[in-house]
Design a protein around this ligand. Structure first.
Ligand code: NAG
Ligand code: NAG
Length: 394
């Protein structure tokens, strides 16, 4: 089952083990974690070890630029200086944008939104901070009138107290000019952000937040199949190979993936070339947990699914995964991203080649799959999520 937070933290520590090298520091970290939720440890440098926080967007607002020009790139900036006597060490950030973003802290690239335009699925980032002055900056763009960013930044001080920054009218917004994400950039002439709503407001509605342990849903996930769907909608019987590659952001080391999968009709699932499961049916999704324990840890996660339509008629794949990652230089903050079935997946045009499920396989000439509708689309309607199978270490 492996669903207790403590075992997840252990998984993260195991992933860290390769990095530390020294088994004594590894056990020392576990010992420290068992004793206290918050630990600052000298032997690994600037380390904050604690369980993944329950960071929320409940008090954050959707903000954007006034009179936004569609498809232009804007900068959203928040400068933060701690109160006198306080020294910052780290931040945990949950953020999403309708539609695209690149996120920077103190001019350093941290990560981006989940393509394509998956506003519903936020990302969770872990960063180290400067002791005093820090700048959080989004380079963001939207294709239409729904442009908006929502974020919560949980700050940790050296005394292990915390503070929270939310997206609100105190952020500054202007056109993304060169260097706007840098610490040295002067944004005092930039206008205040315009508040467009709060969490739950249309058109963005709710936002899924990577958590430890993950809570995955199919909300706003697409049923997908290959691009070979006849006009009749009657998909011929047969098998199709589908692939999706996820590349962690800089400094993130994959620790685990929680996967839910529903298939009309049969599937085989590989993760990084290793067969994880076989299954059938869409009424109840199957739930798998994969821990990445290999040394060195994977630098990308490749999901490969062979889907089989048993008889002519509807066929489709509904897939959701949350990938949790530990920063390579620090314990205690679990970064996370979602990978769901969408038109970023690709599928073979012709015969299924040997080795297609392997991470190194070149799928660059495979066309994107098509969306057959967003969950809970007919004819599949509501899908239950089954209990997790025992975790698989790869
Ligand atoms: C913002 O991102 C876009 C798309 O990647 C890029 O073209 C643009 O140069 C970026 N702007 C700045 C100021 O970094
Ligand atoms: C999947 O099915 C094949 C044959 O049908 C079997 O050999 C294989 O062990 C199965 N794998 C898993 C992970 O269940």
């Amino acid at each position: 089952m492996d669903h207790a937070p403590s075992s997840r933290i252990k998984g993260a520590l195991e992933a860290l083990h390769w990095h530390c090298g020294d088994p004594m520091s590894f056990f020392a970290v576990i010992f420290a974690l068992l004793l206290v939720p918050f630990v600052r440890s000298a032997f690994l440098g600037d380390i904050v070890a604690r369980q993944s926080s329950s960071i929320s967007l409940a008090n954050s607002e959707w903000i954007w630029q006034d009179n936004y020009v569609y498809n232009s790139w804007i900068g959203l900036r928040k400068d933060f200086t701690p109160p006198l006597g306080k020294s910052l060490i780290a931040a945990e950030i949950v953020a999403t944008v309708d539609v695209y973003f690149d996120f920077y802290v103190n001019g350093n690239y941290v990560g981006s939104g989940t393509p394509p335009a998956r506003t519903r699925f936020s990302n969770r980032f872990c960063v180290d901070l400067e002791p005093s002055y820090n700048v959080f900056a989004f380079n963001a763009s939207s294709t239409g009138g729904n442009g908006a960013m929502i974020a919560t930044i949980l700050l940790t001080y050296s005394d292990l107290t915390t503070d929270t920054i939310v997206s609100d009218a105190s952020w500054r917004v202007s056109d993304a000019v060169a260097g706007f994400e840098q610490l040295s950039f002067d944004d005092t002439a930039w206008p205040a952000a315009v508040v467009r709503g709060v969490l739950g407001d249309a058109p963005w509605d709710d936002v899924n937040i990577p958590a430890d342990p993950p809570v995955i849903t199919f909300d706003r996930v697409d049923w997908i199949w290959t691009n070979a769907i006849p006009a009749s909608g009657q998909i011929p019987a047969g098998s199709r190979a589908m692939r999706r590659t996820f590349a962690p952001f800089p400094g993130q080391v994959p620790a685990s993936a929680d996967i839910i999968i529903s298939m009309d009709n049969d599937y085989t699932l590989w993760v990084n070339g290793i067969q994880i499961a076989n299954g059938s049916g869409f009424a109840t999704a199957h739930h798998y947990i994969v821990n990445f324990v290999s040394t060195p840890p994977p630098t990308e996660i490749v999901f490969a699914i062979l889907g089989t339509n048993a008889a002519a008629g509807p066929a489709g794949l509904l897939f959701g995964a949350e990938i949790n990652m530990v920063p390579s230089d620090r314990v205690g903050c679990i970064a996370g991203s979602f990978v769901v079935s969408d038109v970023v997946w690709v599928s073979t045009k012709g015969a299924i080649p040997t080795g297609w499920e392997q991470p190194g396989f070149d799928d660059s000439d495979w066309p994107p799959v098509v969306s057959e509708g967003t969950y809970p689309a007919a004819p599949w309607d509501t899908v239950k999520i089954g209990a997790a199978a025992p975790a698989i270490n790869i």
